[in-house]
Every structure is written in structure tokens, then in C-alpha cells.
Design a protein around this ligand. Structure first.
Ligand code: NAD
Ligand code: MG
Length: 400
């Protein structure tokens, strides 16, 4: 039996992971489930999947979960806080960790899994955006196996040669093409963008996802984060990565070889496919995703318009600056997206807040985790000031 811990079990990726695991009870055992504060949801998941451990990041929520499980499932150990998350990421009975916490909160628990040499299924792209080099060094130092869950990176991984030795050129690869759906506002008139609501931003045309990544998809910061993620995962530079709009989200990404062969992975937009792929790699297991009918397919590809999606060039700017600039970018984005979701910032204010925060913050060498966490905190404080500046100027025109 392969023991699996899910960090972020109650989220969109967590729920899809449990769905895949439940299809293969002879192969996988759920060792631990975690969530931030949604007691009801984690309680139900505990009853259905009977993990050995359950972790609530919020201590009060852990207390409530413990009380509720006392009669129904007293054998489940309930842990709390950051320490609890790091403990279940590194348990000896855990072979595989699904890193599916959203945002910077996922960095330390994901790193704990890496340092314990686990097979780490990385959905939490923000961890890699923040800690890139340090993260990849730890993967190598501890013999962890890092497999991408992001559909684009999982597609690229599937199109790489099996013996890919972290050297694109030696593998005869010219470039990586990441596809992007363009989100719900791909065709919205530009003058309406300041007024779009969180509900509209979260209504993604192809994927059902958590709220933060849904807004990131609407601004295309998600693609910016993914370009940075791809640079670290595949040991390459932004010049070798191209982003194209592909509104149908069927071609999940492509790899172009020197002989001009273009390999792609196609599938229904269903995260259970990359999850099943990474769980079983190098074997294959059923995912539950619906089959694609080739006769129904219609595939379009378009250039990205940077005027409509200014967050994407901001991510390239952060990559070009190097150092802690990606930490700044990610932190400012998290603050701006949260403010937009709360109705405190207009949709178009997200890019402004990130741009100004990037301009304010000095770039440092991300030599240690301490430096990375310091910059994360400082950039959040700075971004919050810009959000408040926007609010004071009456820049919030959208309503939740
Ligand atoms: P979500 O919001 O649906 O779920 C987030 C999970 O993290 C929940 O279980 C929540 O309880 C937990 N969590 C949130 N804050 C936490 C904190 N401070 N401490 C501990 N736990 C916390 O998010 P999601 O859509 O499942 O996305 C998860 C990650 O996967 C993100 O990094 C996202 O970018 C990435 N991802 C998601 C998709 C998708 O289809 N949803 C696709 C690709 C990548
Ligand atoms: Mg993606």
C-alpha cells in the first residue's frame, strides 16, 4: 500500500485527489488529511476516508474537529497548526504528499515533505515561485521525487523523454509552449474590466477551481506564476517558454524538439488526469476523467494581449529581476486578489498593486528561507498600503 498525505484536502485539488484515491483502494491508503478551518468538510472526509491523522491549521478548528471525531472515529489523531502540517508531511508511513494548500501558506509544509524525501505532487505552485532555487536544491539534496500537478507542467512532463536530465538542450528540446485559456474575460470589452465582480471572475469557462487560482486565471497572473514554475521545474529560462491562448483547454501544453516535432498532451479539462498520472507514475491508473471525443474537437490558438493581461508581463519582469522579485510578485498578488475577492479593490487594481509593490521593494539574494519569508511579509505590508491607497481614492467600483 502507498501511503498518501493530502495537504489542502478540502480544496478543489484535494477533493479531486480523494476521488482518484477512492477508485484504487487496493493501491493507496489515506494517511493524513489537512485543511485550514473548514471543520465540517474535513470531518466528512475523515468519516469517508478514515485517515490516521487529520490536521487543522487553525487551532480552534482542530479543537472542534477533535470533539466531533471523539465518538465517531476516536482512532484518528487530530493535530493543529503549522507543526501539525509539517508532521504529517514527513510521517514514515507517508510515501506521497499531495501539496495542494493554496498560496504561500503551503511553502513550509511542502518543504517539510521535500526534506523528508517524499514523492511530492506539486499543485502549490506558489511554493516554487517563492523559493525556486532553494526548493529545487532541497529536492536534490533529499532525493525527493517532484512531480507537477499543474495541468500545463504535467503535460510538459509527459512530453519530455523519460531520461530527461534537467537539460532541455541536451534532450534536443527547442522550447516549451504553455497554453492558457484566457479565463472568463478573454473577450470582455476592456472598458468593462474595472467593473467585473468576484463572482464573474470565479466563473471559469473550462475549469472548476478554488477562488484564488480562478482570479489568477482571469488576470493571467496564473500563467505568469506558471512560467516561473516551469523555469524551475524544467531548469530553463523564459526565452525558451512561449505562452499561447487556447480557449478550449484541451491541449494542456506542448514541447517542441529540434526536429520540429511538437508533442502535446490532450485531455478533458479535469484535474483528476494529472493527479492520477503523478500518483501512479511511471505506471498509469484510471482517473475518472471523461474521454475526449476527437470528432467533437475544435482547437483554437491565439496570441496573448498584454494590454488586457498586464499581470503576465509583470511576472516576466520579476523573472528578469531575479532574486526575491518573484517572492514580491507572489505576495503582492495574494494581497491584491484577496482584496478583490473582498470587494476592496477593483479587478484592474490587482495589476496596479503588484506593479507598484514590485517597484517599491528592493531585490535581494534569496540565500535562505529567512530572507524569502522576510520579503514575503514586507511585500504583503507594502501591497496592503497600495490597496488602501486605491480604496481611499475611490478606486473600488466593483461590488462583490
Ligand atoms: P482551494 O482554495 O480550493 O483549496 C485550498 C486548500 O488549502 C483548502 O483545503 C484549504 O483549507 C487549504 N488552506 C488554505 N489556506 C491554508 C492555510 N493558511 N494553512 C493550511 N491550509 C490552508 O484551492 P485549489 O484550487 O485546490 O488550489 C490549491 C493549489 O493548487 C493552489 O496553489 C493552486 O494554484 C494549485 N492548482 C489548482 C488547480 C485547480 O484546478 N484547482 C490547478 C492547478 C494548480
Ligand atoms: Mg495550470
Amino acid at each position: 500500500m502507498i501511503g498518501v498525505t493530502i495537504l489542502g484536502a478540502t480544496g478543489s485539488i484535494g477533493v479531486s485527489t480523494l476521488d482518484v484515491l477512492a477508485r484504487h483502494p487496493e493501491r493507496y491508503e489515506v494517511v493524513a488529511l489537512s485543511a485550514r478551518g473548514s471543520v465540517d468538510k474535513l470531518y466528512q472526509q475523515c468519516l469517508a476516508h478514515r485517515p490516521r491523522y487529520a490536521v487543522m491549521a487553525e487551532p480552534d478548528a482542530a479543537e472542534q474537529l477533535r470533539a466531533r471525531l471523539k465518538n465517531e472515529a476516536p482512532e484518528i489523531k487530530v493535530l493543529a497548526g503549522q507543526a501539525g502540517l509539517e508532521t504529517v508531511a514527513a510521517l514514515p508511513e507517508t510515501d506521497t504528499v499531495m501539496a495542494a494548500i493554496v498560496g504561500a501558506a503551503g511553502l513550509l509544509p511542502t518543504l517539510a515533505a521535500v526534506r523528508a524525501g517524499k514523492r511530492v505532487l506539486l499543485a502549490n505552485k506558489e511554493a516554487l515561485v517563492m523559493a525556486g532555487r532553494l526548493f529545487m536544491d532541497e529536492v536534490r539534496a533529499h532525493g525527493a521525487v517532484l512531480l507537477p500537478i499543474d495541468s500545463e507542467h504535467n503535460a510538459v512532463f509527459q512530453c519530455l523523454p523519460r531520461d530527461f536530465g534537467s537539460d532541455l538542450q541536451r534532450a534536443g528540446i527547442r522550447r516549451i509552449v504553455l497554453t492558457a485559456s484566457g479565463g472568463p474575460f478573454r473577450a470582455t470589452p476592456l472598458d468593462q474590466l474595472p467593473y467585473v465582480t468576484p463572482a464573474q471572475a470565479c466563473a471559469h469557462p473550462n475549469w472548476v477551481m478554488g477562488r484564488k487560482i480562478s482570479v489568477d486565471s482571469a488576470t493571467m497572473m496564473n500563467k505568469g506564476l506558471e512560467v516561473i514554475e516551469a523555469c524551475w521545474l524544467f531548469n530553463t529560462t523564459p526565452e525558451r517558454i512561449e505562452v499561447v491562448l487556447h480557449p478550449q483547454s484541451i491541449v494542456h501544453s506542448l514541447v517542441e524538439y529540434d526536429d520540429r516535432s511538437l508533442l502535446a498532451e490532450l485531455g478533458s479539462p479535469d484535474m483528476r488526469t494529472p493527479i492520477a498520472h503523478a500518483l501512479a507514475w511511471p505506471e498509469r491508473i484510471a482517473s475518472g476523467a471523461p474521454a475526449l471525443n476527437l470528432l467533437d474537437l475544435h482547437l483554437d490558438f491565439e496570441r496573448v494581449d498584454y494590454t488586457r493581461f498586464p499581470c503576465l508581463p509583470l511576472a516576466y519582469q520579476a523573472l528578469a529581476r531575479g532574486g526575491t522579485a518573484s517572492v514580491t510578485l507572489n505576495a503582492a498578488n495574494e494581497i491584491a486578489v484577496a482584496a478583490f475577492l473582498d470587494g476592496r479593490l477593483a479587478f484592474t487594481g490587482i495589476a496596479h498593486v503588484i506593479e507598484r509593490t514590485l517597484a517599491d521593494r528592493p531585490v535581494r539574494e534569496p540565500a535562505s528561507l529567512a530572507v524569502i519569508l522576510e520579503e514575503d511579509a514586507a511585500a504583503r505590508a507594502q501591497a496592503l498600503q497600495h490597496v488602501q491607497g486605491h480604496a481611499a481614492r475611490g478606486a473600488v467600483r466593483s461590488s462583490a
